[in-house]
Design a binder for this molecule. Structure first.
Ligand code: ADP
Length: 455
């Protein structure tokens, strides 16, 4: 890329310089030609005046003197009758190849102020500019001036052009190379960093030079992408650690029970007890695995929602009834408010799970004599709003940003039941219905979980 950019720079620079040179060349040659034409015209004017005042003999004398004074290789003259016959001329040895045509004479007789032409001379580099002019009394003057000065200008110009173009091409290539290297150095830094990145070394970042240019934008975007990848890798690692941890205890218990069954002589009642506890452990594991599957399917949108018209107030009412015994056992009062008939389009079994998780949490994290209140309302502005409010232990501020993460548990000792998946599932379900969950909480006073769903 740097090489291609350099070629472009050098190419554009050289072509621009060429164009400038060509323009200058044409300008200069046209200035030279105009100057020569003016000289010739002035001379012809003098010839006319002498012709008018002193006659043809004086013209001849003046012409001879003029051509001798300027140099016979520089200027020449000839005088013609309208028939085309020359009756006088300067020394034409040098100009012997230059003749005259009838057309030239006729044009001169008709043309006001004379007729100009440029002729090349065979076997010579220089050109000659010729003026044909009617100087009066039927005499035609052919006046020629060598364009040798133009030829030497062109020669000097050619040399200057070649040397300058060579230097310019070298300079532009060097400058272009420098600029191109500078432009691509940022991209190279990104490439180097990308090459050094691996799952175990995700801390590398591209240096941002602070110029705010496109390369900086690329570096910032690339770094932001690395941040996201790092977060994802870390959360995947954390999730697999948690899964391994949560799988380990029940599996160890199941294995222990099987081992005891094999190695000891237990009574049928003890076997039944072991089988029952194995089933319980297996159910818990299956529940966890199923919940994880539902969360990832719901989050990725791969599971189609089984949408139907559902009454959210009815779902809340049912949850209230279902959890009444659990609340009663704990000494927590569970109330449900809201009239039936709060309708929306949704997946009834997922919405039931979401409400159940929130109510289960509220009872779980509320001590005896506490209160849990479920309410549902339909609002114009927000849609369906389901609130689960408790007077429990509340959530610490440090835990707040994490409670919806998979496997996050506020109580790291894991003394309360649960795998830390309830709220992640609730949020995934709310979002799959284009809704959201908000939470406010105060430690020691209780929490309020508010689900807002479009009706
Ligand atoms: P689990 O209840 O299985 O631990 P959740 O995902 O349902 O997992 O909840 C995550 C964490 O959020 C819980 O461990 C708990 O610390 C906190 N939490 C959830 N609901 C409440 C609540 N109503 N009151 C206090 N803390 C709560």
């Amino acid at each position: 890329m740097a090489f291609r950019l350099t070629l472009w720079y050098a190419g554009i620079f050289s072509v621009s310089a060429c164009v400038a040179f060509v323009f200058f060349y044409f300008l200069m040659t046209s200035v030279f030609r105009d100057q020569t034409d003016r000289d010739l015209s002035r001379q012809a004017g003098i010839f006319s005046t002498i012709m008018a005042t002193d006659g043809v003999a004086a013209v001849k004398r003046f012409a001879t003197l003029e051509s001798q004074a300027s140099g016979e290789k520089k200027i020449f003259y000839r005088l013609f009758y309208p028939t085309g016959i020359s009756f006088s001329s300067s020394n034409m040895t040098y100009w012997r190849d230059i003749g005259v045509t009838r057309v030239n004479i006729e044009q001169a007789l008709q043309g006001e102020g004379g007729v100009y032409e440029t002729r090349t001379i065979p076997n010579r580099a220089e050109k000659v500019r010729i003026l044909y002019s009617n100087i009066g009394a039927g005499v035609i003057l052919q006046l020629g001036q060598s364009l040798e000065n133009v030829a030497s200008f062109v020669e000097a110009f050619r040399k200057i052009f070649l040397v300058t173009m060579g230097v310019l091409a070298l300079l532009s290539a060097g400058f272009g190379w420098f600029l191109a290297r500078r432009a691509v150095s940022g991209v190279q830094a990104v490439t180097r960093t990308a090459r050094n990145i691996s799952a175990s070394a995700l801390n590398e970042r591209v240096p941002v030079n602070g110029r705010g240019d496109e390369i900086d934008q690329l570096a910032i975007t690339f770094n932001a992408m690395l941040d996201r990848i790092q977060q994802l890798v870390e959360s995947i690692q954390e999730i697999s650690d948690n899964v391994a941890h949560d799988l380990k205890s029940p599996l160890t218990r199941i294995r222990g029970a099987a081992e005891i069954a094999l190695t000891t002589d237990s009574s049928p009642a003890e076997f039944r007890q072991m089988a029952a506890s194995n089933i319980e452990d297996c159910d818990r594991l299956l529940d966890m695995i199923n919940t994880m599957l539902i969360i990832s399917k719901t989050e990725s949108g791969t599971s189609q929602l089984n949408k139907a018209t559902v009454d959210v107030a009815q779902i809340a009412e049912n949850a209230c009834e279902l959890f009444q015994p659990m609340a009663g056992d704990k000494g927590v009062s569970l109330e449900c408010h809201g009239k039936n008939g709060v309708m929306m389009k949704g997946d009834v079994s997922l919405l039931q799970r979401m409400v159940a998780n929130l109510v289960d949490n509220a009872i779980k994290y509320t001590p005896a004599t506490g209160r849990v209140r479920i309410s549902v309302e339909a609002t114009e502005a927000q849609g369906v709003v389901l609130t689960v409010e408790d007077s429990g232990m509340g959530i610490k501020e440090t835990a707040m940003p994490h409670i919806f993460e998979r496997f996050f548990r506020g109580d790291p000792s894991r003394s309360t039941s649960g795998a830390g998946l309830g709220l992640s599932l609730a949020r995934a379900i709310a979002e799959a219905h284009q809704g959201r969950i908000e939470v406010t909480s105060e430690v020691g006073r209780g929490s309020v979980f508010k689900v807002v769903l479009p009706s």
